[in-house]
Structure formats: C-alpha cells, structure tokens
Design a protein around this ligand. Structure first.
Ligand SMILES: [Zn+2]
Length: 355
C-alpha cells in the first residue's frame, strides 16, 4: 500500500478507486459491497490518524452518492436513503463520509476527556473550556459549555467568532450536523422484516431487470403516467387498459391485462413455500395444494393445507400479494383472509383440530 503525504491526496486516491469500482464489471450489489469493504475502512483509518478537511470529504461523498444511485438505477434527484439505510432496513449500508468523520471526531474527543492520564484529561478539559470562554467573553458554566458543544443556537451563545480551529470546534460542527440527519424515512413496510431485503447484500435470487426495477418502485418513482406530481401530463391513463390513472398500485395489482402475470407471481410464492414444506414434512402430515379440505363442508380451496390427523393439527396457508403501501395494507389483507377462512376454522375446531 502506498503512503500519501496529506489527507487531501488520500481522498483523491479514494475517489479514483470509487471510479474504478464504478467502471468495473462487478454487479451493482457487489459494487456497494466493495465501497463498504475497501473505501470506508481505508477512510476511517485515515480519519483516526488526523484531521481531514470537510471539503474533499464532501466531494467524495457526492461522488459515492452519484455512482451509488446509478447502481440502484435511481435518477440523480431520488432520495438518498436507499444508499444509507442498513441492509436489513432495505439500503446499501453505506456510511456518508462526513458522518464517518464526525463519529471519529466525537470519539477522539471522548477518548481525550476520559483519558487515564490526568494531565491529558486536564489539558483537554481546559482547552475545551477556553474556546467557549473566548466566544462568550466570560467564564462559562458547565451548562453553557454543554449547550455550546451540543450545537445550540440559543441567544446565550454568540454565533460568530474566530475560534481557534481544534478538535473542539469541529466537535460543535459535528453535533449540528448530526441533528440534521434524522430525516423522514421511506420503506415503512419493507424495513419491518429483514426478509424483505435479503437480496441487498448479495443479489441472491435476483435478476438485473428486477434489481433495476425494485429501487424505483420502492421509492415510487417508476416513470408512469398517473398519480405523480407531473400533473402537466394531460393523459394520465394506463397504457394497457386505459384506466384513468396509471399508478404503481394499478400496474402491479389492479390492471386487468396483467392479471395472468399477477397469478404467476402469486403461484411463484406458493411454489416456493411448497418446496420448503415438502422438505420438512413429517410422516403424519399430508399436504394439499389448492384443494378443498376433505374433512370440512367448505368449498374454499386454500393455497396450501397441511393436515395432521394423528396430532389433530391443521396448517392453512393462503398467499396474497398486497400492494406495499403502508403496514396497514398488510394488516387489512391478513384480516380479510382470517375472515374468509373463519367457517373452516370453526368447523375444524369443532372436530378437535388445532388450526
Ligand atoms: Zn391498466
């Protein structure tokens, strides 16, 4: 590994590496993994070793943001959360470089203040106090110091000053920035269960066409005619069925010419579940696929029924693919199914079955 004289040069090198990753033949999810594995770790090492100015860091950040969105097939104007959320919450697990720098600053300051060496500790505390004193032009109380370093904008603290640049003034900047990062988050439904995001890290079971579609779909920025802010479009109707408003929900769940594809989607889920059930089937269990349950009078055919007459147990599985709107959509879909199979449940329970 080559050594670079300054932090700026290091970041220039990291930028070249990000570009090399971008131009490589890696798959999109491998590219963001490469950022996390090689770029972020190198950078955090350099941040620990000394002060890195924010400007080149922000440039590196902007570059990662730009190529990262390209890897997710998102337009440049799309929101950044899909890049920065953890894998389990439906993101690419990337840490913004400026945040990385802030974490490093805060932990460095904390290490100084809690040092085992009394002299270091006192020196750290005194210089911390001195900066607040210079700004306030009087000896600060403990509360005023806390307020200052928490990035408070209160009247007590004059906003302008010629602070000596030190890790303490940087610390104040870091706190201000952190308070801005709690932005509203998308992915209300998908973040609830890590299974919804299993493919983010390694692209398992995922084709590129699906990859290119899903991030746009999850942000609801698929280029469709209807229901968007682009009200200037005269014709918002569906290109397939002429339904007046071509929204994502319409295309994925309600458009009649696509019903065949929707059935295929539903059956693919059922098949996947069947594979799993067949492998773990006990000797006493019998699995029915899309069949009337013979021991009941109902004519309903649940997708999968697993009957165990010996242990008096029935597992009933019915698959539905609701539009991932809000968690409420899933709760409602579940309630509808429970209602639909209520009579079967009652009948089986009368016969002493557990459902
Ligand atoms: Zn349609």
């Amino acid at each position: 590994m080559r050594h670079f004289a300054t932090a700026v040069e290091t970041i220039e090198q990291l930028k070249r590496e990000v570009k090399a990753i971008d131009q490589s033949l890696l798959l999109p999810w491998q590219k963001s993994d490469a950022i996390n594995t090689f770029i972020t770790t190198k950078l955090s090492f350099h941040l620990k070793c000394g002060t890195v100015p924010k400007k080149p860091l922000n440039e590196l950040d902007a570059l990662i943001k730009k190529v990262g969105k390209k890897w997710l097939n998102l337009p440049i104007t799309a929101s950044c959360e899909p890049l920065y959320l953890p894998y389990a919450a439906g993101g690419m697990n990337i840490i913004p470089t400026s945040i990385l720098a802030d974490i490093s600053t805060v932990s460095h300051a904390f290490r100084l203040l809690t040092s085992n060496d009394r002299t270091t500790q006192k020196l750290a505390y005194d210089s911390m106090k001195e900066i607040v004193e210079k700004r306030m032009k009087k000896e600060p109380t403990m509360e005023e110091m806390a307020e200052f370093y928490n990035g408070s904008k209160s009247e007590n603290i004059p906003q302008k000053g010629n602070d000596v640049s030190s890790c303490w003034t940087q610390l104040r900047g870091a706190q201000t920035l952190m308070s801005k990062t709690s932005q509203g988050r998308v992915y209300n439904v998908t973040a609830k269960n890590p299974a919804s995001n299993h493919f983010y890290r390694n692209g398992n079971f995922t084709r590129l066409t699906e990859w290119n579609f899903i991030h746009r779909a999850r942000l609801n920025i698929v280029p469709l005619n209807g229901g968007t802010k682009r009200f200037f479009l005269k014709d918002q109707s569906c290109r397939k069925c002429k339904y007046p408003c071509e929204t994502l929900q319409h295309v994925l769940n309600n458009c009649e010419p696509s019903f065949e594809a929707m059935t295929k989607r539903h059956n693919a889920v059922v098949d996947r579940l069947m594979d799993g059930f067949k492998q773990r089937k006990k000797k006493t269990q019998e699995i029915l696929l899309d069949k009337i349950i013979p021991i009941t009078s109902s004519t309903l055919r649940p997708d999968i029924t697993i009957i165990d007459t010996q242990n008096k147990e029935v597992i009933l599985v019915d698959v539905t693919c609701p539009f991932e709107n809000l968690p409420a959509a899933f709760v409602k879909a579940r309630e509808r199914k429970l209602e639909k199979y209520q009579s079967i449940k009652a009948e089986l329970e009368d016969q002493g079955f557990n459902l």
